[in-house]
Design a protein around this ligand. Structure first.
Ligand code: T1G
Length: 699
C-alpha cells in the first residue's frame, strides 16, 4: 500500500507510505485522492491530516516515473493538489524530515500546514534541470514572499522549517510542532481547532507582488544568467516566479506548466535526471546483496604521506575516522603532516572550516615509522610509489602485521590488483581504492574488485566511500581500470589530430567549447606530460602494434613536462595557470609532419570533438563487454566525476545515446577510412554495433 487511511476521533489521517521517501508515484497519488473522497463522504469526519511515514513527508514526484506515461497518469500531481484545495473539509499537512519538490507543492495545496522543526524544505527541481511543475512557482511566492521563494526555487537548496517559520509575514507554516515525535498529535489537535473555520484559506488567493517589480526580476535574471551557463532551468524559474507576481493565478499556472513541459524535454534536464539516478545506481553491485554484512571501519591506516597519502588521510579525518599515517622516514612524515595542516588552515582562512573542527581533525591523526603500530587498524590504504616491487614489499609487511579481517587497499592507478593481492595470504581482503588527485577534493573513487575480493569487503568499501563523500564506481581489474583506460584512447586521438593538421590550442578550444573544463593538452600540462610518456614507453614494448603519435614524446624529450616545468604544450608564467601558446611547439609539430610526409589538412571542430568523445565511447563499450564496468551509467559517473566531462551532457554514454548510437557508428566508420588514424580502433565495439543496429541505447 502506498497510502494509509485511518480516522482518529473525528479527524481522518492519510499517511503517505511509499518508501524510501514517499515519492508521489501513481499509486500514492491515487491513494491520496481516494482518501480525500472517503473523508469527505464520512459525516463523522470533520477535518483531514496528510502526513508521511518513515524518513520523509515526501521527497517529491517519483523520479523513477520520469519519462514514463505513469508520471502524467491521472490523477497527476496537479489534479491531486486541486482535489486537496477543493476539499470541503479542511486539509492539514503535517510535515517532517524531508518535504521537497512535489511534496512541498502538495503541502502548499493544503489549507493549513504544521511543521516539525528540522524538516528540510526545498523545491530542488532546478537540480534536475526542471522547475517546480505542480504550482510551486505560483504558491511558494504567495506563501513566503517573492524573494525568499525565488531564492529557494533557483538554488534548489533545502532550508530548515524553523528558519522559514521565522520569515516575517510568512504564510507557509500556520504552526510549528514542538518535535517530530509530537507532530501528529499536534496536527490532530490543530485540525480539530480549525475544523469549523470557514472560508477555507487557500494559498492561491494570497497576494503576490514585488515592490520593485520589473527592476527586481531584471536583477534576478542577470544574477541567474551568470551562474547557470549551459543550463536553461534557472532562467525559466525566474520567468515562472515573475508570472506569479504579474499574472492571475490560473494564468501563472499555465505559464509554469508550459515552462515545465519544455524543460522536461531539454537534453540538459535529461542529463541531470540521468546523473541523479546513475549516482545512486553506482553504489549497487549486481552480485552483492544490499544486506551483505559489513566489516566495521572505525580506524584507518595510510601507508605513504605524500600528496596522495595526505589527501586520502584528510578524507577520513573529515569523516571523523582516526588515521595513522606511516612513512619510512621522519622528515617525510613531518612533510606530510605539514601539508595536511596547510590545507586545513587554508580552509579555516576561507571560512570553510571552523578552528575547533580543524583541531579536532588534527587530533585524530597519528603518525608512525613502524608497521607494528598499524596492527589494530580496521583498514589500511597503501599510497606508495607506483612500482610493483615497492607494492610487494608493502603488502608483505601488511600481511604480516594487520589483524585478521582488516581490509588491505591499494591506491594504485595502473598496477594489477590481483597481482598485489597475491603478495598476501589473504587476497579476499585486498581491494583497489583508486583515488583521484587531489584526493581530498576529487569526488570519484574507482573501487577495483580483485578476482578474489570478498563480497563483504566490496559492500564495506562502498559504505565507506559514501561516508567519506566519494562517488564510488566499481571497476574490474584491467590496465587503467575504467577512466584511465578510456583517456588513453582520447589522448591517442589528440596526438593523431596534431599529426594531421591541428595545433594543441585548436584541439583544446574545440573540446572546451563542447564543455570540458580542459582540453587534452592543457590537461597534460596540468597533470604532467611525463606521466603519459612513461605509460607510452611501457606500451611500446607491451603493445608494439598499438599506434601512437610521436609528438608528445618529442615534447617530453625537450623536458617540456607542463606547468611543473613552466613549459609543456604551452608556456606558463610562474604563479599563473594561463596556457600561452608556444610557437616553437607548433613548429616542432609542423616539422614532425614533414618527417612523416603528412600534408596538414584543416580539421573541423566537429571532427575534433567527435574523435575525442567517440574514442571514449568505443573504449567504454569494450569495457562493458569485458565486464570491467557493470553498467554504462557507472562509466558516465567515472567521466563526470573524475575527468571533467560536462555535467549538462550527462557523461559520454548518455551523450552518445542522445546523439543516437546509429550516428555514432556512422562517424566511426568515416574515421576508420582515415589512413593516418587507427582504423582497427575505430571498428565499433560489438556491443555498440549491436545496440546501434537494434536502435537501442546504452542506458
Ligand atoms: N523519487 C523517487 N525516489 C527517490 C526520490 C524521489 N523524488 N528522492 C530520492 N529517492 C530515492 C533515491 O533514488 C534512493 O533510492 C533513496 O530514495 C534514498 O535517496 C512536479 C516534478 C530526498 C533528500 O529532487 O534530494 O517533484 O538508491 O540516497 O541522502 O515539481 O534523495 O535507495 O533505491 O538521496 O537521505 C523533486 C531528490 C522531484 C528530491 C533524501 N525531488 N531526492 O536524501 O537519500 S521532481 C527531488 C533528494 C518534482 C514536481 C517535480 C534526496 C533526499 P535507492 P538518497 P538521502
Amino acid at each position: 500500500m502506498s497510502t494509509e487511511y485511518k480516522v482518529q476521533g473525528d479527524i481522518a489521517v492519510i499517511t503517505l507510505n511509499n518508501p524510501p521517501v514517499n515519492g508521489l508515484g501513481f499509486t500514492t497519488r491515487l491513494g491520496l485522492t481516494d482518501g480525500l473522497s472517503q473523508a469527505n463522504a464520512d459525516s463523522a469526519v470533520k477535518a483531514i491530516v496528510i502526513t508521511g511515514a518513515g524518513k520523509a513527508f515526501s521527497g517529491g514526484a517519483d523520479i523513477k516515473e520520469f519519462g514514463s506515461p505513469k508520471a502524467m497518469q491521472e490523477p497527476n500531481l496537479l489534479s491531486v493538489i486541486l482535489a486537496v484545495e477543493n476539499s470541503p473539509k479542511p486539509v492539514v499537512a503535517a510535515i517532517h524530515t524531508v518535504c521537497m519538490g512535489g511534496g512541498l507543492e502538495l503541502a502548499l495545496g493544503c489549507h493549513y500546514r504544521i511543521a516539525a522543526p528540522g524538516c528540510s524544505v526545498a523545491l530542488p527541481e532546478v537540480k534536475l534541470g526542471l522547475l517546480p511543475g505542480a504550482g510551486g512557482t505560483q504558491r511558494l511566492p504567495r506563501a513566503l514572499g517573492v524573494e525568499p521563494a525565488l531564492n529557494m526555487i533557483v538554488s534548489g537548496e533545502p532550508v530548515k522549517s524553523e528558519m522559514l517559520a521565522m520569515l516575517p509575514g510568512q504564510k507557509l507554516f500556520d504552526k510549528m510542532a514542538s518535535s517530530a515525535d509530537s507532530l501528529l498529535a499536534e496536527a490532530l489537535a490543530y485540525a480539530a481547532e480549525v475544523a469549523a473555520v470557514r472560508p477555507l484559506p487557500l494559498v492561491r488567493n494570497l497576494p503576490c507582488k514585488h515592490p520593485q517589480g520589473d527592476a527586481y526580476f531584471q536583477f534576478a535574471r542577470n544574477m541567474v544568467k551568470g551562474m547557470s551557463k549551459n543550463f536553461p532551468a534557472p532562467g525559466k524559474c525566474v520567468d515562472a516566479v515573475e508570472a506569479a507576481a504579474k499574472q492571475k493565478f490560473e494564468v501563472g499556472m499555465a505559464t509554469e506548466r508550459e515552462l515545465f513541459i519544455n524543460l522536461m524535454w531539454t537534453p540538459e534536464s535529461k542529463a541531470l535526471r540521468h546523473i541523479f539516478m546513475a549516482e545512486r545506481a553506482a553504489s549497487k553491485i549486481p552480485d552483492v546483496p544490499a544486506d551483505t554484512p559489513q566489516r566495521a571501519i572505525n580506524s584507518v591506516a595510510v601507508i605513504g604521506a605524500g600528496t596522495m597519502g595526505g589527501g586520502i588521510s584528510m578524507n577520513f579525518l573529515n569523516a571523523g575516522v582516526p588515521v595513522t599515517m606511516l612513512e619510512m622516514k621522519q622528515e617525510a612524515l613531518d612533510r606530510g603532516v605539514a601539508t595536511i595542516r596547510k590545507n586545513y588552515e587554508a580552509q579555516v582562512k576561507k571560512g570553510k572550516l571552523k578552528q575547533d573542527k580543524y583541531e579536532q581533525r588534527m587530533s585524530m591523526l597519528s603518525t608512525t615509522l613502524s608497521y607494528d603500530d598499524l596492527k589494530d587498524a580496521d583498514m589500511v590504504i597503501e599510497a606508495v610509489f607506483e612500482e610493483i616491487g615497492v607494492k610487494e614489499a608493502v603488502f608483505k609487511e601488511l600481511d604480516r602485521v594487520m589483524k585478521p579481517g582488516a581490509i588491505l587497499a591499494s591506491n594504485t592507478s595502473t598496477l594489477d590488483v590481483d597481482k598485489i593481492a597475491s603478495f598476501t595470504k589473504r587476497p579476499q581482503d585486498v581491494v583497489g581504492l583508486h583515488f583521484f588527485s587531489p584526493a581530498n577534493v576529487m569526488k570519484l573513487l574507482e573501487v577495483v574488485r580483485g578476482a578474489k575480493t570478498a563480497k563483504d569487503v566490496m559492500a564495506t568499501v562502498m559504505t565507506v566511500a559514501k561516508k567519506i563523500k566519494k562517488t564510488a564506481v566499481v571497476s574490474g581489474v584491467c590496465d587503467g581500470f575504467i577512466g584511465n583506460r578510456m583517456i588513453e584512447q582520447y589522448g591517442r586521438q589528440g596526438g593523431f589530430l596534431l599529426d594531421e593538421g591541428c595545433t594543441p590550442e585548436q584541439v583544446d578550444k574545440a573540446i572546451e567549447k563542447f564543455g570540458f573544463a580542459m582540453g587534452p593538452f592543457r590537461m597534460g600540462d596540468l597533470a604532467g606530460n611525463d606521466i603519459g610518456w612513461a605509460i607510452r614507453k611501457r606500451r611500446y614494448t607491451e603493445k608494439p602494434d598499438m599506434k601512437y603519435s610521436k609528438t608528445a614524446d618529442l615534447l617530453c624529450e625537450k623536458g617540456r613536462f607542463g606547468q611543473k616545468t613552466g613549459a609543456g604544450w604551452y608556456d606558463y608564467v610562474a604563479g599563473k595557470r594561463d596556457a600561452i601558446p608556444n610557437a616553437e611547439v607548433v613548429k616542432m609539430i609542423e616539422e614532425h609532419r614533414k618527417v612523416l610526409g603528412i600534408a596538414p589538412r584543416k580539421i573541423s571542430d566537429e571532427e575534433i570533438v567527435q574523435r575525442l568523445v567517440y574514442s571514449l565511447v568505443n573504449e567504454a563499450a569494450r569495457i562493458l563487454e569485458d565486464g570491467i564496468a557493470s553498467k554504462a551509467s557507472d562509466i558516465d559517473m567515472v567521466y563526470l566525476m573524475g575527468y571533467g566531462f560536462p555535467i549538462y551532457r550527462g557523461g559520454p554514454m548518455n551523450y552518445a545515446d542522445q546523439v543516437g548510437l546509429f550516428n555514432v557508428v556512422q562517424s566511426m566508420k568515416r574515421f576508420a577510412q582515415n589512413p593516418l588514424d587507427d582504423s582497427k580502433f575505430w571498428q565499433p565495439a560489438p556491443l555498440l554495433a549491436k545496440l546501434a543496429t537494434e536502435g537501442k541505447t546504452f542506458n
